[in-house]
Design a protein around this ligand. Structure first.
Ligand code: CP
Ligand code: NVA
Length: 332
């Protein structure tokens, strides 16, 4: 398998075999790290990280992974670069492509990261756009694979804003990896019909189903994985909070919901999460709407079924695999 020179913009661009290979490589890198075996295999290379939205996990994972691989890293945010304000995406991409061996972008439209990739001439990685969050997926499916020992035929239910970047990416990934995907969300927050159709075609080839429902019992019965995400994503204005909360309140992941699922069901969340009032936003939501948690209760978040911190760690191992695979053609 040779992925050298490829971009990593969305999982629709990758075959099942390629995704499985990246998961295999991730496991190899995790083993190296856990055994304290140095792996500076990309010494002499440099990467740029462009963040137009905030981040903890994605930024840190790219930085640690790059340093472990021996690479130099530059972090640029919206306020400290010319991109978008004084310089077009095309020109920015052409400049960065001459200085760096790879570029990560987190921000708004998928078209922006696609344009960066088109003009940079170096591997470009999507660290989250409004539409997709592909690097998150590898961390998630590595976690699921480590826990169950396999992926094919499992049932994953996403509960919440079924058309956000994480939900869209989960639907694509499940279809590609042969996992039954259920989107449990109020009708107003269902994924786009086009993406559903595309995923259903892929799912069919892998003998699995894509189910879209607003019915909680139907949505979670048999689930091996219940996955949720924040009710409003970065970039969405505060004006939508009230409507979104009213729509999603019945869909909060709580112990009762977890008990309706398969006995072996685990809980995943890409994080950050509003499971208590220990954040500024969490406090504000409590004061305005009387909710002490949003998408998941503190009880489920901190339960034995919750693998969210393993999942967060796996972001680093998987991002390392993505960078290595797209920057090197040497077998590990
Ligand atoms: N899950 C995730 O992408 O986290 P950050 O926003 O902290 O990068
Ligand atoms: N849907 C969330 C994911 C954060 C990792 C957002 O876009 O804010």
């Amino acid at each position: 398998m040779n992925l050298k020179g490829r971009n990593f913009l969305k999982l629709l661009d990758y075959t099942t075999e390629e995704i499985k290979y990246l998961l295999y490589l991730s496991q190899r890198f995790k083993d190296l790290k856990k055994n304290n075996i140095p792996h500076k295999y990309l010494e002499g290379k440099n990467i740029a990280l462009l963040f137009e939205k905030t981040s903890t996990r994605t930024r840190c994972s790219f930085e640690v992974a790059a340093m472990d691989l021996g690479m130099g890293v530059t972090y640029l945010d919206a306020a400290s670069s010319q991109m978008g304000h004084k310089e077009s995406i095309e020109d920015t991409a052409k400049v960065l492509g001459r200085l760096y061996d790879g570029i990560e972008y987190r921000g708004y439209g998928q078209d922006i990261v696609e344009e960066l990739a088109k003009y940079s001439g170096v591997p470009t990685w999507n660290g989250l756009t409004n539409e997709f969050h592909p690097t998150q997926m590898l961390g998630d499916f590595l976690t699921i694979k480590e826990h169950f020992g396999y992926l094919k035929g499992l049932n994953l239910t996403f509960v919440g804003d079924g058309r956000n970047n994480v939900a869209n990416s989960l639907m694509v990934s499940c279809a590609k990896l042969g996992i039954n995907y259920t989107c449990l969300a109020p009708d107003k927050l269902h994924p786009s019909p086009d993406l559903i159709e595309t995923c259903r075609e892929i799912a069919k080839q892998n003998d699995v189903n894509i189910t879209i429902t607003n019915n909680i019992e139907e949505g979670v019965k048999n689930a091996n994985v219940i996955y949720t995400d924040v009710w409003f994503s970065m970039g969405e204005p505060e004006e939508i909070w009230e409507e979104r909360i009213n729509l999603l309140k019945p869909y909060q992941v709580n112990t009762e919901m977890m008990e309706m699922a398969n006995f072996n069901c685990i809980f995943l969340h890409c994080l950050p999460s509003f499971h208590d009032t220990n954040t500024k936003v969490g406090k504000k939501i409590y004061e305005k709407y009387g909710l002490s948690a949003m998408e998941v209760t503190d009880e489920v978040f901190n339960s034995e079924k919750s693998l969210v911190f393993e999942e967060a760690e796996n972001r680093m191992h998987t991002i390392k695999a993505i960078m290595y695979a797209t920057l090197s053609d040497k077998e590990l």
